[in-house]
Ligand binder design. Structure first.
Ligand SMILES: Cc1cc2nc3c(=O)[nH]c(=O)nc-3n(C[C@H](O)[C@H](O)[C@H](O)COP(=O)(O)O)c2cc1C
Length: 222
């Protein structure tokens, strides 16, 4: 008998803050927000000016840099739990330790934003939200994207990890035999969800490979 792929158990509704900054890979951030909304969570979204420029280049989106419509990137039925904030809005919920934000995820995270957060700068809402997560002892996940990495980049990542952040580079694996770019994106987003302890079914689960058997769960072979 073939087992049905398991559906994620419903998780209690949480409030997350997602910061898009100007690293390549805006698709990772967009998919993360989409999945969080699909799973019923509330998402507070902020984008830097760099992120908007990357969005324009990478997603082919018609982005008005002066009046960006980030909510318009997501399906209408998902938008009711999405709160988009202006980058300068340091009075918005993610800027406060008492707003009940469960975790802050910077995805993608540029080396510029990474450096400023590592040094405690809070010059905009993305950086302030990250700073608040660290001071409140809440989860801060940074998803840096750059290559090669300079000593400064590496030192800033170490600084953040030592301060309690989770550094989760946008480094998709290939052992799940990706067939599409979407598979590569979902690999990274699945890792983020795992660190947030959010159950999901966007990536197949690996199991101990037995001789002559597939390492994939029954019914889930690629
Ligand atoms: C298409 C494009 C791709 C970029 N990719 C990266 C990248 O992968 N990593 C990075 O650190 N910066 C990248 N940059 C540069 C940053 O966007 C730039 O340094 C920006 O000032 C970062 O500002 P922010 O941290 O406020 O978002 C890219 C820029 C563009 C236009």
């Amino acid at each position: 008998m073939t087992a049905e792929p398991k559906s994620p158990a419903p998780a209690p509704r949480q409030r997350y803050a997602v910061g898009f900054s100007g690293g390549s890979g805006i698709a990772y951030g967009m998919r993360l927000v989409e999945v969080l909304l699909q799973l019923g969570h509330e998402v507070h979204l902020v984008a830097t000016g760099g992120a908007l420029r990357v969005l324009k280049h990478e997603a082919g989106a018609a982005v008005d840099l002066a009046r960006p419509d980030l909510a318009g990137l997501f399906a209408p039925e998902l938008r009711s739990s999405l709160r988009v904030h202006d980058l300068a809005a340091v009075e918005a919920a993610p800027a406060s330790g008492s707003a009940g934000i469960a975790a802050v995820i910077l995805c993608p995270c540029s080396m510029g934003t990474l450096a400023r957060v590592a040094h405690g700068f809070s010059s905009n809402l993305v950086e302030r939200a990250a700073d608040v997560a660290l001071k409140e002892g809440r989860q801060l996940l940074v998803v840096p994207r750059e290559t090669p990495l300079s000593v400064l980049h590496l030192q800033n990542m170490l600084k953040l990890a030592q301060a309690g952040a989770i550094v989760l580079p946008a480094m998709p694996g290939f052992y799940h035999r990706p067939q599409t770019v979407q598979d590569l994106i979902d690999f990274v987003v699945g890792k983020i969800l795992d660190r947030l302890r959010i159950d999901h079914a966007i990536v197949r689960r690996w199991q101990t490979p037995a001789p002559n058997a597939s390492p994939w769960h029954e019914g889930e072979e690629p």
